[in-house]
Write a protein that binds this ligand. Structure first.
Ligand code: GLU
Length: 542
């Protein structure tokens, strides 16, 4: 018996691999166009790192390239129902929908499908058959006890563990013997026959990590498991080859597999893609840093952002900040441009792992929301409230009034920056709603605390100066007049020059009015607030 006959015995029905080479034509794209993918396992948990990776993929493929999603479900124990839908929905929520994908009903969108590994079993077997025919793969009959014994012997001999070199029990088994065992129904898997020599080095030039040297791979890894499905290593080789991937962008936990992956491409006779390994997102934990963890950090799940009401724009902008630190400056200089106009450079990504910091994310979000129109803030906050906060929803039911409230200090050069997530809105605007305005609440008058003085300021102001039709300048001048009348400086500057001459300054005094009217000492522009509240409601409050 020869290799070809053995291959036929193992995969009697597999088509010749050239069938697939014919079927999936090379992509006809302009020079330099990047074809890349996001290849998650449908485990039911979508990590924010997946959104990050997809954002990078989207950015890289934006000039005539292709971004596709491939569902890697060969480990069927880990799969959950709806896993595919969750992934696609999450990408859609972040405006990162792929150009090609398979939908939840297993319908392919794109010409290089199926985009789901469990539906490609025949394809993998054809390619495994090619390797078997060429004597570059072999059936292995080792049981788990055999493997354990090998491992034990290796540990005793203080050698590397694994299935390689002299430890490969089945590598040199005569073909006839292997065929006999298969015919007798013995269980087996298919292994790759590695040609590597670990004393030799391979050079890898990673798009992000730069040049890295590795010893050559010499492990005879499993390529087809006993259930007939491929392992990740083998599947990714076949898929990225047939799907025309020219840049693999993935987590750097796979960097150590590069020698194996390059070797697989080489042995197969296929051109390997470029590899870009993204460092994980890190988080401060006490003094040290650790990876953002699915178990410990709620913000690692994409669902967190939806629940908290952090807009997708904010999350994406923050991820851009992490990806290219010069984005922040660009954003300051180009507040009105679309994020995708930024010239992203994958080579500037962090080699060691960028810090994922929620405080910073919320800060970015404040800026993002400050650029929104009142209408957009209203729409998004209302959508969020409908799902997560009935009380806020009721407040916002009155659209005309809510638009006025949310429009305070918005759309000008220095817009308000107090909202970083929709779940904050209720508290932030509550004093604009009479039934929520807490008259007896803990007023913080700050500098002026004397009750009589406060009463004097308030009554003077409303009796003598306040007129709801005043324009902003008049309103402010009247505040200054009041200050002068009561012995306060008209300007903060004057007060600072001769503090002993005054009781305080106009700012201290307007704080008193602010606190009386809103119950808070920090609010957006008081003039605008008073305009929106109107005279009648203000007088009722004081
Ligand atoms: N399924 C692999 C993972 O989820 C994909 C790795 C790759 O992108 O090649 O980590």
């Amino acid at each position: 018996m020869d290799n070809k006959e053995l291959a036929d015995l193992i995969f009697p029905n597999a088509k010749d691999y050239t069938y697939y080479e014919e079927k999936y034509k090379e992509r006809n794209l302009p020079e330099g166009a990047i074809v890349t993918r996001f290849a998650p396992s449908p485990t039911g948990f979508v990590h924010i790192g997946g959104i990050y990776q997809s954002l990078i993929a989207k950015l890289m493929s934006k000039n005539d390239g292709v971004f596709f999603v491939r569902i890697e479900d060969t480990d069927q124990k880990r799969e959950v129902e709806n896993g595919t839908k969750q992934i696609l929905d999450a990408l859609k929520d972040f405006d990162l929908s792929p150009d090609e994908f398979i939908d939840e009903n297993d319908l392919d969108h794109g010409n290089y499908g199926p985009y789901k590994q469990s539906l490609r079993k025949d394809i993998y077997q054809s390619y495994a058959k090619k390797l078997l025919e060429e004597g570059k793969a072999y059936p292995c009959f080792c049981t788990s006890e055999d493997l354990e014994k090998i491992r034990g012997d290796q540990e005793k001999a203080k050698e590397r563990t694994g299935y390689y070199g002299k430890w490969t029990k089945c590598r040199n088994m005569p073909i006839d013997m292997a065929a006999e065992k298969i015919k007798n129904g013995e269980a087996y898997i298919v292994r790759f026959k590695s040609p590597g020599n670990p004393d030799k080095k391979i050079k890898h030039k990673d798009v992000i990590k730069g040049s890295v040297d590795f010893p050559e791979n010499d492990q005879d890894i499993v390529i087809i498991k006993s259930d007939g499905l491929p392992t990740y290593h083998f599947a990714h080789l076949v898929d990225d080859h047939l799907m025309g991937t020219n840049m693999v962008i993935r987590a750097d936990e796979w960097l150590a597999s590069v020698p194996l992956h390059l070797q697989l491409f080489y042995v197969m006779g296929f051109k390997a893609p470029k590899y870009a390994h993204i460092s994980p997102m890190m988080k401060m934990d006490g003094e040290g840093k650790r990876k953002l963890s699915k178990r410990k950090d709620p913000e690692s799940a994409v669902g967190y952002y939806k629940e908290e009401g952090i807009p997708k724009d904010s999350v994406l902008e923050y991820l851009m900040n992490i990806a290219n630190s010069n984005f922040e400056i660009w954003r300051k200089q180009n507040p009105d441009k679309a994020m995708y106009d930024f010239e992203f450079d994958i080579k500037k990504m962090s080699v060691s792992g960028a810090l994922f910091d929620m405080v910073k994310m919320l800060d970015v979000s404040k800026n993002v929301i400050s650029r929104y129109s009142a209408e957009k803030v209203y729409k998004e906050a209302y959508e969020w409230a409908k799902e997560y906060d009935e009380e806020l929803k009721e407040m916002l039911d009155n659209k005309d009034y809510s638009l006025k409230v949310l429009g305070i200090e918005r759309g000008n050069v220095k817009p308000r920056k107090d909202i970083s997530k929709w779940s904050d809105v209720k508290y932030i605007i509550s004093y604009m709603y009479d039934e929520k305005f807490d008259k007896e609440g803990e007023f913080e008058y700050q500098k002026i605390t004397d009750k009589e003085e406060i009463n004097e300021i308030v009554s003077k102001y409303f009796e003598k100066y306040y007129n709801e039709n005043d324009d902003k300048e008049t309103w402010f001048n009247k505040m200054k007049d009041l200050a002068e009348e009561l012995g306060y400086a008209r300007e903060v500057k004057e007060y600072k020059l001769e503090p002993e001459k005054y009781k305080g300054h106009v700012g201290d005094l307007s704080t008193v009015i602010r606190v009386k009217v809103t119950g808070r000492c920090n609010t957006p522009d008081l003039y605008e607030i008073m305009k929106v509240l109107g005279k009648e409601r203000i007088l009722k409050r004081i």
